[in-house]
Every structure is written in structure tokens, then in C-alpha cells.
Design a protein around this ligand. Sequence first.
Ligand SMILES: [Zn+2]
Ligand SMILES: [Zn+2]
Length: 155
Amino acid sequence: MKYRVGFVSNSSSSSFVCVICGEEHSGMDVGLEEAEMVECDNGHIFCVEHLIKKNEQGEEVYSEYGEPITNEDDEDEDEDYGEWRYHIPPAHCPVCQFQAADDNDIMWYYLITNNLTKKEWATMIKNLHENYESFNQWLKAGRDKLNKKSKEATK
Ligand SMILES: [Zn+2]
Ligand SMILES: [Zn+2]
């Protein structure tokens, strides 16, 4: 699952969307480094700030700014420069650790547990809402409510 979209031939305009907070970073020749994002081995792309910085032993293995703290003796820095961003182990990814959720996973989980195809879902919503605008308003109101709940939970 890659969130890298919008490649245009001959130029390399790309964009990254954080799977956790939804922040988007796009531009010409933007890589994960410029976007200040990382990618885990399961393809989750997220802002460096969400990284789980400690290992199982409780030791900091990523710095405050998200850089890996490595043992200089066993690291060939020139060869590995920047590559770490694309290979974050699942132990350091909040989505892989179920501390955060991927929208796409939520959607599929919902459809699977309700045994609904996307088409069946659309028909169901059509029967519940007059038109798309009213459905959109319903979504917005519901989101505001959940965001408020989420903020209160982290207080
Ligand atoms: Zn983010
Ligand atoms: Zn992950």
C-alpha cells in the first residue's frame, strides 16, 4: 500500500499523505526526507513525529528529530544515508502497533464485518440520505463530534 501519488512523466512531482494525521506534503522532487516523513515495512507513510522512538528495552533508537541513533562501529553511513526512512520496522510504526489507524483498514474492516460490497454500501446510504450534500453534512457533524471526543481522551 503506497500513498505516493501523482507522478507526471519527465518531472517528478509527488505527494505524500500521512496515514495518521492526514498531513500532505507535495512538490517537485519531494522525497520522504523533504516531506519529513517515513515509511514502515508494511507501507504505512507517516510524519517523523509519530515514530515510536523507543525499542522493546525502552532505549531510544530514534532521536528527538526522528533520526536513527546507530552504533557508528557497525554502520556504513555513506551507503545507508537516508535509506532508513523507507524501512521503518513495524515495531516503530504506530499503525502496525495498533496505536493509530489507517483509514483504508477501517473502511475494509467495516465492509467485511458487515458483509457489504462498496455498491451495496452506496445503495444503503442513498436510502438514508436525500442527496450527497445532506450526507456530507451528516459526515461533517459526526466528524466534529468524534474529533472532540478524541481531544477529550488525550487531555
Ligand atoms: Zn502525521
Ligand atoms: Zn506500519
